[in-house]
Design a binder for this molecule. Sequence first.
Ligand code: ATP
Ligand code: MG
Length: 421
Amino acid sequence: MSNNIKAVRGMNDLLPAESNLWVFVEKTMSELFNSYGYKFIRTPIVEKTDTFCRAIGEATDIVEKEMYTWKENNGESLSLRPEGTAGCVRAMIEHNLPREGIQKVFYRGPMFRHERPQKGRYRQFHQIGVEIFGADKSKIDAELMAMTHSLWDRLGLKNVTLNINTLGSADSRSNYKDILSSYLNDNYDKLDEDSHRRLKTNPLRILDSKNTDMQSVINGSPKLIDHLDDESIQHFDEFKSYLNYLNIPYHVDHKLVRGLDYYNRTVFEWTTNDLGSQGAICAGGRYDGLVETMGGTPTPGIGFAIGIERIILLLQQQGVDLSKTSSIYIVSMGNEAQLLSMKMAEDLHKELPEVILYNDISIGNLKNQLKRANKADADYALIIGNDEISNNQVSIKPLKGQGKQTTINPENLVQYFKENL
Ligand code: ATP
Ligand code: MG
């Protein structure tokens, strides 16, 4: 295009040809989450910048360089949300919800991060996530895994792997941070520039580095699990026994520390090898200290977020076939048939809510209307013409080789399609 009317880089249109998959994914997820007792929550796309800084942590990629932030006229700093947990926690505290008992919620919508756009990584992307407030037992961690495990099944996805780790309590982790820092300082020359910076701000994140040159230093580093408090280890052991009992395969990945500061104890990631380096499709963990950090009464929390674009890419790549919806194309000739077609369409909509109905808007020319029916990929054409009206009949023409054209009484239409679609 020669002029500049274009979408912003890294922010994409969802076009009709692809939207079926999105609707299928969002519907499947919402229904599944509902069936596990989660209720939908919607928070604003814009929050005070401070809400994200406090929740996510200053020394994270998101806060350091990925947020879209601006100043209002009154000097207040606001940001587009880069993730969903901070807003949920803010809403929980503001409306005092955890006081009423365990809160299980799910959200969905656009998130914004100023990253380098590539396949599976965008500046506006979409997440569906769940959060649970007020439950500290490992049983709920395991239920989350069971729910996601069955989600992949419902979506028809294969080759997804669960990686888990424990980060222990904030106290035991800070002790480990010192041990890790001193090891990394001893190997200072082998670290890259990014890691030199992180060594001061957030040394744990170095374990997360994707730099292949650093893998041997990372592999030789002291393990977090060897420096954790007994309660966290017990929590992790229980979590693993639930997974074993439920037959959910997993890998313990000691280098899994997650990008965000707020996690403690259980952290996890569902990954796939089918999407290159953008392999994380669902990630999350426990954040028992976050509600208190943000000014609420101490309330344990756990949750995850799923990147919908990556799920869609994976579904496309694995060739998942959506069970196709049936459709009928109504062809009508003459004014009287026009009227009748509207009435019939309404009756069919009521009786066959899953079926797509196209009602042609032109008055004449059977051939052209049938052409459009084929173009719409309809399964049947329902033909109403003068002959049909005078005999109180309609014709049904199968468009995909399901037999011959037949003529029936309009009263039997619903029955016919219930049997044949
Ligand atoms: P990555 O390591 O790929 O950058 P992350 O740790 O930053 O992921 P989270 O903050 O945990 O990701 O977000 C949860 C999920 O959201 C990710 O697993 C991924 O599926 C998706 N996601 C994150 N950032 C993007 C992005 N820029 N574009 C598309 N999807 C994303
Ligand atoms: Mg990231």
